[in-house]
Ligand binder design. Sequence first.
Ligand code: HEM
Length: 217
Amino acid sequence: MERRTNIRWWLLVAVSLGVMLAFSAPYLAFDPDASRVDVSSSAWHYPLLVAHILTALVALATGFAQFSERLRSRKPAAHRYAGRAYVASVFVSGILAFALAAFIADFAKAVSFLTLSALWLFTSWQGYRYARRRRFADHRRWMIRSFGLTLVAVSGRVLMPVLLLLYYALNGFSLPGGREGMVEEALNVNIWAGLVANFILVEWSVLRPAGRSKELS
Ligand code: HEM
């Protein structure tokens, strides 16, 4: 990896882990009253949400570890174990996310999470299958796609200020539903925005034939 790519990579690692640890922290106390998501409706909702977050954190950490060239070349067994932990955590977290979507009142928001879960499970499954068949170039492409989707959790949140600004501008620089209404509207579309942004970045920047993919390997 050249120096500039290296800096960008570590910035991505720091921002992703920093943002997601900050958002996950209230749930690590296992206190439903500290939940940012409204969970007053069901006894199932909170445990499912916490289990989703804990397994998603494992996916995020092991996913980053998989891109370490040093780990892959010096400790291939560790790469394989971390890879299995990544796929297993995506599967558990992704299936839990399907269940969580059932608790979401807004239709557009629920569909965004259902779409993200389905793509997350599909791309990870493809990556796993190709590793089992020892088709490592395909394995690598699908795992990059899978991890690009893991990072939608980050980009969806990082894009929030842009969406809030857009909402404000599109409403003629006023807040018809107040601040709460603005945040709610932005949260209904942030996953869609993150999905589109990450899809473009992964397919046109990382995976395009003459792109940076070589530098990441
Ligand atoms: C990429 C696939 C993912 C899907 C489909 C997904 C799905 C969901 C769903 C449906 C919720 C409930 C949202 C609500 O009721 O408003 C949620 C919440 C949450 N998820 Fe995920 N998630 C994904 C990845 C991740 C990752 C990688 C993390 C990293 C730790 C994560 C952390 C969280 C947190 C912290 C919440 C609580 C909401 C908040 O307080 O902001 N998720 N997720």
